[in-house]
Design a protein around this ligand. Structure first.
Ligand code: B12
Ligand code: SF4
Ligand code: SF4
Length: 501
């Protein structure tokens, strides 16, 4: 059997979500409930071509769903099955026409199925001839769901999402097995720095149904935010100006995205109450508000690919927030889209602190966004000069991205407030705590508090060309009650004076 499905590596990858070992593969293949796959495996050879990790992840996940209760005892499919909900069936079919993906999609639709993907294989006895294998999911219309048309509902969800201002909506299955392995590696390397919540909630992050019971599908959405604002390049080049990340110039996105998702969920609920009153529907909405692997769901749901800077990216750029609805509805997952970074590596090259340590790998401890927003204590000395005038977050890896040339103006709620797109460092440094609280009510910046606000601006002032105005502003904060602020002001004063720290 092992030889039938390929060599050791291929076999391991084929059943990646379940296990990497042959023993487990053999065990799985004698389990009941996978007769169809077993039968097919006997009659055709499935050769999984070793490809780049991401290209087979969807295939793996879909196949893993066929093994109810075998390799994935906590699997969402099993949970759904036990509760009598609709469940996904996976069928693998040999397909003789090479290369034509569109044709496969049409053929699948005609049979009331959804095309997931295709890959080359060799039929036994006809070695050397490459053919395409088409794989479909069928959503069972069980008696319990009374003929629930999940695909039709998804179409409506996508339409309603657009009406609510989302630029794209996609459906992912609640399965992040592969991504969790990489998350563990990232945590193992300590790349989360002081973001303890990343390690603390790893279990909930890796298992959606542990965070919200009965979750089997994830509706992933992106809301565009690119604001009409002063030219970023000019502000970054002006050392006396303050650069605030474009996402933080207006209203806090956490609440806004969730509000829109809540509206979408209410609409789904109303539709189901009218058409499928007996179908259980539970859900919860998120946007950077809980341990959820948001980027992973957006990629799986086909609304973006992952750029080398690790953010999601689409043909209309990366200036969007992500949000999700975890739901008990068994919805057909979308196919991931092709990625279009190609040979480009601009984001890696321009990063001021070299935080993108390899394509798709970010060491948060070096990222200016982490240093200015997440880090509570002092900013490490060697990194301070590299921060320049970025006082809250950083956009360099997105500003340089060719795909962002196609960005359109985002939701009006993210329009600039308080002239933050083009403010002067000394003016912002003069805000006392009351002014900080008043002006930044409803802004994400308020979360860092006045103390870290001053810490960040002190660093930027220390990086500016020294002027008497800057020296005076720093001197006014030299005896600030916070030791953190005092230390950063002292550092900046030393820079202004041209002395060593
Ligand atoms: C923690 C966090 C941060 C941290 C760490 C960022 C990071 N890349 O991990 C810090 C504070 C640095 C940060 C910064 C920013 N963030 Co942030 N952040 C998050 C948060 C809360 C979790 C992200 C996470 O899980 N990281 C953990 C690591 C393991 O994940 P990862 O880097 O994505 O790693 C995966 C891949 O790289 C992959 N991988 C690793 N190696 C390899 C190798 C290969 C070959 C392949 C194929 C894949 C691969 O495997 C990993 C696991 O899946 C999410 C919200 C959420 N709940 O998801 C927002 C989120 C990612 N951030 C967001 C934003 C907007 C930003 C900033 C742009 C803000 C700013 N302007 O300052 C910057 C951008 C910095 C950057 N280049 O990523 C948005 C991104 C929207 C988008 N377009 O994608 C999110 C989704 C919030 C939201 N709801 O909108 N963020
Ligand atoms: S946000 Fe800035 S510091 Fe962080 S990875 Fe992007 S360019 Fe580098
Ligand atoms: S800058 Fe280039 S490599 Fe980086 S995300 Fe954009 S297209 Fe991809």
């Amino acid at each position: 059997m092992e030889r039938e499905i390929g060599g050791r590596d291929e076999a391991g990858r084929f059943l990646g979500p379940l296990d990497q070992t042959h023993g487990v593969i053999a065990e799985i293949f004698v389990q009941p409930g996978i007769g169809k796959l077993f039968w097919i495996a006997e009659t055709i050879k499935i050769k999984v071509i070793p490809v780049y990790a991401r290209n087979y992840v969807n295939f793996n996940q879909c196949v893993s769903r066929a093994f109810h209760g075998t390799g994935v005892p906590q699997g969402p499919e099993q949970g759904a099955h036990q509760r009598g909900l609709a469940r996904t069936e996976v069928a693998i079919e040999p397909y003789d026409h090479t290369g034509c993906k569109q044709w496969s999609e049409l053929a699948a639709q005609r049979h009331g199925r959804r095309f997931i993907g295709q890959f080359p294989f060799q039929r036994s006895g006809r070695a050397g001839r490459t053919k395409m294998l088409a794989m479909h999911t069928r959503h069972s219309n069980t008696a319990a769901d009374g003929g629930f048309d999940a695909a039709a509902l998804v179409e409506k969800i996508k339409r309603w999402g657009k009406e609510l201002g989302f630029s794209s909506i996609g459906i992912a299955r609640a399965d992040v097995a592969q991504a969790s392995i990489r998350l563990e590696r990232w945590l193992g390397l300590g790349r989360q720095g002081e973001m303890d919540y990343m390690a603390k909630h790893r279990e909930l992050r890796a298992r959606p149904e542990a965070l919200v019971p009965h979750t089997v599908s994830v509706i992933s959405a992106r809301l565009p935010y690119w604001p009409q604002a002063a030219d970023s390049a000019r502000v970054l080049a002006d050392k006396e100006a303050a650069y605030v990340a474009r996402y933080a110039l207006g209203r806090d996105y956490h609440r806004k995205v969730r509000q829109q998702l809540q509206r979408l969920a209410t609409r789904i609920g109303t539709e189901l109450a009218a058409t499928q009153p007996d179908l259980p529907f539970s859900y919860r909405v998120f946007s950077d508000s809980a341990p959820v692997m948001e980027v992973e769901f957006a990629v799986q749901g086909g609304i973006s690919w992952r750029g080398k800077h690790t953010l999601t990216l689409s043909r209309d750029g990366s200036w969007h927030f992500l949000g999700e609805i975890y739901t008990s509805l068994d919805l057909p997952g979308d196919a991931a889209i092709d990625e279009h970074c190609g040979t480009c590596s601009r984001c890696i090259e321009v990063c001021p602190t070299s935080a993108i340590v390899a394509p798709y790998e970010l060491d948060a401890r070096l990222c200016i966004s982490y240093l200015t927003i997440e880090l509570h204590g002092p900013i490490p000395l060697p990194l301070r000069p590299l921060i320049g005038n970025r006082i809250y977050g950083c956009d360099d890896c997105q500003l340089c991205c060719p795909w962002n040339r196609f960005a359109k103006i985002g939701d009006p709620d993210f329009a600039v407030r308080n002239g933050l797109d083009d403010a002067r460092l000394v003016d912002l440094f003069a805000w006392d705590e009351q002014e900080f609280e008043r002006r930044l009510a409803g802004s994400p910046i308020r979360r860092i508090g006045h103390e870290r606000w001053l810490r960040n601006i002190a660093v930027a002032l220390g990086n500016a060309d020294p002027t008497e105005e800057i020296r005076t502003a720093l001197l006014a904060r030299r005896d600030h009650p916070s030791a953190l602020v005092r230390e950063h002001v002292a550092w900046a004063l030393a820079r202004v004076a041209g002395t060593d720290w």
